[in-house]
Write a protein that binds this ligand. Structure first.
Ligand SMILES: [Zn+2]
Ligand SMILES: [Zn+2]
Length: 50
């Protein structure tokens, strides 16, 4: 199943999904963004994380 990476917006099937530390919203990040340690921003509370 494909999901949209929250950081780069691409659809990916190798992603990691984890809850936002602030609000628990699901964060989806592709393997590439994880590898290069791209920051993410939670769509719901705007918190940024590594
Ligand atoms: Zn990505
Ligand atoms: Zn959040």
């Amino acid at each position: 199943m494909l999901k949209n990476c929250i950081t780069c917006g691409k659809q990916t099937k190798s992603y990691s999904e984890f809850p936002c530390v602030e609000c628990g919203e699901k964060i989806v990040r592709c393997a590439h963004c994880r590898k290069i340690s791209n920051k993410y921003r939670c769509p719901s509370c705007k918190r940024e994380g590594p």
